[in-house]
Design a protein around this ligand. Structure first.
Ligand code: NDP
Ligand code: BG6
Length: 525
């Protein structure tokens, strides 16, 4: 449960004045001075109360939102601002020095009850926005966040288009859509076609919050801002790439949603594939959103669909020896999960990129719930030193690890001379641990960054239609096969590293684990 607190409170401290100044300078003045209405559909839901409203409060507190912004929570539930406020407050710490500002934030929030599939609610919403425009005597920019189940994406976007678009000139309407963007290639194409019939691509912001994480964004600089990495980033030097996502908790009451989705759709097809494209793509011509997304699409097109032989799927079972409160219940015993569910809570897939840079280098994507630890990282394993002159077996492969979370870090596992008289070698690391190097600095939360990017009109960190289509094509055949044939996932104990078969498959593709490396954190030296 500690993890939830970590994420919940990650943005509870204000950003540093220097960072606030820097962010403000990167925002367009026109966006900050124009009135803006931020509408949250699904305002009564989990994401809205846990993440969206707290993030809006943190941005408001740090003075990073347009001066004349109003927030509208829209949902079917019989709520009002007092009730919504209680829900939000469970998830965002308001410090005593911030109470006054927080009340100002709440004064800017309105709750509107309405249906997702009828004109009336959207007519009311539009009237409310026009009222705000009249107060300001200026058109307002309109931002619609669909924190909703995918089943209502189509009606909501159709009604938005019919009733709620800006039409007075000098303003914009943008729509943020949460994953899952479809269920497979066909349903995703259908949704994309629907959206394309309503909005222009530059109005659609498909959010993948992993693209807002500091270390994921750092991949661009790490790769293209260092001649050291530029020269080493290819099949000649790299033996394998592993992209891991591990959670040490289960579905946390979301089993109903999760069972429809499974680990491949929930994390691999989106979060891990986005990281993969940034690790593997060629250098874009510029930092322009379209140049970057063009390169991402190119690399996705070079990846063959994953075969069953190149995948291991797992499902956790209860672990009576674990102290974790969720460990007493296996996945199949969870509420809302059918007893014979074949939904995987763990997945490993080996991807092959058929291009000049990566031919022959396996990319391991691994993700799972109910595992032994919580971490997300990229691990580049380099090839052995050719013509080894040291004592046999002493040299270990170099590894560059980009730790996305928790405790952001970049470390390079290297060999060094063991202090002493001879040429004995020792494993060590060049360590850039953020907490140590950037002491006391709070990094912006992923959602904070992404909301500001939408307001600023930047689509660099949002998913384009063709990217989505290519990513689905890689996984849809595997999903169809495993679900169509109801292939049983391998069982693994809650709190373990996942199914043994996953390590075996990685080994088969040349991943080397020596288990000899020991890291001593700087404060323990
Ligand atoms: P290791 O060589 O010890 O481990 C490499 C990875 O291999 C592990 O992360 C583990 O991940 C995986 N592994 C474990 N058992 C097996 C197995 N039987 N077969 C295949 N793979 C296996 O080095 P690390 O780079 O992970 O570093 C060790 C520790 O030091 C970590 O806790 C790391 O966070 C920490 N460290 C932190 C730094 C920092 O924060 N700045 C700097 C350097 C190190 P998995 O279980 O997920 O498969
Ligand atoms: C979401 C998944 O997209 O990402 C969740 O639906 C997962 O299942 C979450 O727990 C992880 O996000 P983070 O930022 O906590 O790593």
């Amino acid at each position: 449960m500690k993890d939830i607190d970590y994420r919940r409170n990650s943005a509870s401290r204000p950003l540093s004045p220097e960072l606030i100044k820097f962010i403000k300078e990167s925002m367009k003045d026109s966006e900050l001075s124009q009135p803006c209405v931020f509408v949250v559909f699904g305002a009564s839901g989990d994401l809205a109360k846990k993440k969206i409203f707290p993030t809006l409060w943190w941005l408001f507190r740090d003075g990073l939102l347009p001066t004349n912004i109003k927030f509208v929570g829209y949902a079917r539930s019989d709520l009002n601002m007092a009730k919504l406020r209680t829900l939000i407050e469970q998830n965002c710490k308001v410090r005593s020095s911030e109470v006054e500002k927080y009340e100002l934030f709440l004064k800017r929030c309105v709750y509107l009850q309405g249906q997702y599939d009828a004109d009336e609610g959207f007519e009311n919403l539009n009237a409310l926005i026009e009222g705000i425009e009249d107060e300001n005597q200026k058109p307002a920019n309109r931002l619609f966040y669909l924190a909703l189940p995918p089943t209502v994406f189509e009606p909501v976007t159709s009604f938005l288009k019919k009733h709620c678009m800006d039409n007075k000139g000098n303003s914009w309407s943008r729509v943020i859509i949460e994953k899952p963007f479809g269920h497979d290639t066909e349903s995703s194409a259908k949704l994309s076609e629907h959206l394309a019939g309503l909005f222009k691509e530059d109005q659609i912001y498909r959010i993948d919050h992993y693209l807002g994480k500091e270390m994921v964004q750092n991949l661009m600089v790490l790769r293209f801002g260092n001649s050291l990495t530029l020269g080493k980033w290819s099949r000649e030097n790299v033996a394998s790439v592993m992209i891991s996502f591990k959670e040490d908790f289960g579905t946390q009451g979301r089993a109903g949603y999760f069972d429809q989705s499974g680990m491949i759709r929930d994390v691999m097809q989106n979060h891990l594939m986005q990281i993969l494209t940034l690790v593997a793509m060629e250098k874009p011509c510029s930092l322009d959103a379209e140049d970057i997304r063009d390169e991402k699409v190119k690399v996705l097109k070079s990846i063959a669909p994953v075969s069953l032989e190149d995948a291991v799927l797992g499902q956790y079972i209860a672990n009576p020896d674990s102290a974790h409160p969720e460990a007493t219940t296996g996945y199949l015993d969870e509420k809302d999960v059918p007893k014979d569910s074949v939904t995987p809570t763990y997945a490993l897939a080996v991807l092959h990129i058929n291009n000049e840079r990566w031919d022959g280098v396996p990319f391991f994507l691994r993700c799972g719930k109910g595992l032994n630890e919580r971490k997300a990282e990229v691990r580049i394993q380099f090839r052995e030193v050719p013509g080894d002159i040291f004592k046999k077996g002493e040299l270990k492969r170099n590894e560059l690890v980009i730790r996305v979370q928790p405790n952001e870090a970049i470390y390079m596992k290297m060999m060094t001379k063991a202090p002493g008289m001879d040429f004995g070698v020792a494993e060590t690391e060049l360590d850039l641990t953020y907490n140590d190097r950037y002491k006391g600095i709070r990094l912006p939360d992923a959602y904070e960054r992404l909301f500001l990017e939408v307001i600023n009109g930047s689509q660099i960190n949002f998913v384009r239609t063709d990217e989505l289509d290519c990513a689905w094509k890689i996984f849809t055949p595997l999903l169809k096969k495993t679900e169509g044939e109801r292939i049983r996932p391998k069982q693994y104990l809650f709190g373990s590293r996942g199914p043994e078969e996953a390590d075996q498959l990685m080994k088969k593709y040349g991943f080397v684990f020596t288990g000899t490396y020991k890291w001593t954190p700087p404060n323990k030296l």
